[in-house]
Design a protein around this ligand. Sequence first.
Ligand code: NAP
Length: 292
Amino acid sequence: MLLLDGKKLADELKAEIKTEVDAITQTGKRAPHLAAILVGNDGGSLTYVGHKVKACEQVGFKSTLLHFDDTVTEEFLLSEVKKLNEDAGVDGFIVQLPLPKHINADKIIMTIDPLKDVDGFHPVNVGKVALGMSAYISATPLGITKILERYNIATEGKHCVVIGRSNIVGRPMSILMSGQSKTGNATVTVCHSKTKNLKEITLQADIIIAALGKPEFLTGDMVKEGAVIIDVGTTRVADATAKNGWRLKGDAKYDEVSKKCSAITPVPGGVGPMTVVSLLLNTLKAAKNEVL
Ligand code: NAP
């Protein structure tokens, strides 16, 4: 069984990005610059943004964190987004979700300049990805395609079952897997909470992408011998023996599934680190004006 080590791959990709950044700065140009807007003090969001800022430092990017109180108005946030759109010194930026309920997240995302939308959430980028055009692919799906690419996982003609249809993972992943690319050309089935006989479907899968957020949902008896498992799920499960009092659990029951599959991403250390590095890859793309 092959462990698809996202942490190791992310470190390799960061080293490659750093080499590119050094080459850019040696020509006298400024380093790529990622900005992040964070509203409020949600623990998860603070952690995620912290990882992103740290990753920027590791590869030599400039990063700016705009941290606002959760009482800010939608109008204020829209004006901050517009300022970043116009700031020629910023290559790309993200607005960390979720936002407080009084702010319309769709409206904020729609206001981001698609050319600076390195999270790939703007409908222009989502649409361009669906059409197979040059665009920012959102970070988690991009990270998964990098895992498939770097570990030479064959996808062409394979049956890929995606569990979950969210806008940030399941839906874009299903589009990418069926697209005409090196990590695509698969026959894709998308499953969700209304899917009937899920086990019958997963048993036919050569590749399973589990993105439903239900810890240990995918058990050994749901997996065909030799299948490839991409476990996107990250749920904090209470564990008194853990340092923080919780442990991250994936959507696959690792002990059972790892005995049957040919390759699997662990949780933690699989898709998670690749999500952060994908944001860096998109920012580098932005700095090099590679998305038109
Ligand atoms: P989400 O928005 O809650 O979507 C979950 C999807 O799973 C929905 O489409 C839902 O179906 C489906 N689902 C729920 N229960 C199901 C069941 N019993 N059978 C089949 N499908 C079911 O979640 P998300 O944002 O996509 O995230 C999914 C997981 O990935 C979470 O654990 C999240 O923390 C994790 N995640 C990890 C990363 C990373 O970097 N590692 C990044 C993003 C997300 P309906 O549409 O019918 O409701």
